[in-house]
Ligand binder design. Sequence first.
Ligand code: HEC
Ligand code: HEC
Ligand code: HEC
Ligand code: HEC
Ligand code: HEC
Length: 276
Amino acid sequence: MHGCTIKKLVCILFLCIVTEGVFSAEEPPSSTIVLENPACIECHEKQNRVIVNEWRVSAHAITNPVVNCVSCHGRLHKNLASNARQNESCISCHGSEKDPVIHSYSSSKHGILMRLEENSYNWSKSFRLANYRSPGCGYCHMHQNNHNVSTTVRHDLMSDLETESVQDKTRAVCQDCHSPRYITHLFSNNEAMLEVGRKKVREADHFIEQAAKEFSDNELTYVKKQLKIMQQHLKNVYLGGGHQSPDYQWWHGQPALDGDLLRIKDRLGELHRTKQ
Ligand code: HEC
Ligand code: HEC
Ligand code: HEC
Ligand code: HEC
Ligand code: HEC
């Protein structure tokens, strides 16, 4: 009996010493001190290297100016994660309401539901617990606390090389709330739609390449500009699929690409006629 208590005491004492030694440098700082990014990194590297490493290889860490811990979490060690989980922390940088990235989300069912319900959500809960009814930016792009947002998007719309790895990550997100069958069906529709869009861009590209044998850069200025616009409209189709906005899949996507292609063909036809 006595022995036991003494052992317990020794244990507790020992734990206290160990705890002191390992964690004292890693106590959260007082919530009133204004912190800068190097301090966040220094302390959190010791605490959870994974987060810092994921962030380091993301587009956020290699862009200029850098999007760092403070950009999303703020400078005071208080409500740090709850602030970052809310769309406002992403939207402040990712464009105005009219920017396609933001607008494709806000015109989706998720965006509409979020607008109606965001004030009633408990933002102190980790996304991992999946107790949010509708997903916001961070829910999808930082699922399971993934601080490398770059692993959640593909970087070349004309190629489908990255599709699978990106979609495996996304699938896990969607399946917090939807059935696997539904998601597989949606994803294959999206890819089919994107491929139709790519065909239109390739067709325009091909016409312009042919025309470059006959016409000067100057004569082709208009069609080249139009080809750039096509890339933007292809991105709309992509965002329409990614952010599940029917408006972007249809109105801002395919019909816009059809219009671009027609304008390119018309201008090339005109160039041919005037040359003859
Ligand atoms: C002196 C060490 C130290 C510094 C400096 C520090 N942190 Fe922390 N941070 C901690 C510890 C320890 C915890 C875990 C304890 C807790 O949850 O309060 C933590 C928790 C967090 C959390 C999770 C809190 C939550 O709401 O779930 C976030 C986010 C965070 N820190 C971000 C930051 C950012 C951003 C900075 C710089 C502005 C920073 N930290 C600076 C030690 C530190
Ligand atoms: C692009 C915005 C963004 C950046 C940049 C960012 N974070 Fe976070 N961070 C978040 C979001 C959103 C969450 C909530 C994730 C969740 O609930 O799963 C989070 C969660 C955390 C947590 C809590 C993890 C947990 O287990 O609950 C810590 C700690 C943290 N971030 C530290 C950092 C540090 C350190 C940096 C800089 C190296 C950093 N973050 C950079 C958005 C960001
Ligand atoms: C329902 C999940 C979901 C939500 C919510 C969401 N996204 Fe996305 N986002 C995606 C998917 C899926 C893609 C396309 C990924 C792919 O296939 O490459 C994407 C693509 C993107 C891209 C890449 C666009 C480009 O230029 O290449 C950015 C940036 C982005 N989202 C930012 C945001 C922001 C900001 C918000 C909040 C306003 C948000 N997302 C909300 C799932 C989501
Ligand atoms: C301080 C500004 C800022 C904040 C805050 C911010 N971002 Fe970003 N984000 C950027 C910049 C700049 C890029 C790189 C732009 C580019 O290369 O097109 C980027 C890129 C991205 C990408 C694309 C990654 C890639 O590899 O192309 C995604 C997805 C993304 N951010 C999501 C988010 C989410 C989700 C949040 C909120 C939790 C957020 N961002 C907060 C500025 C920000
Ligand atoms: C946090 C939960 C949650 C996540 C994660 C989520 N959704 Fe949803 N989604 C909802 C809710 C809630 C609705 C609206 C209710 C409804 O229509 O069933 C919805 C609606 C939709 C709709 C519109 C359905 C319709 O009838 O118009 C589509 C499409 C959709 N989600 C696709 C996705 C995809 C794809 C992903 C992953 C990239 C995803 N969702 C991730 C909760 C979620």
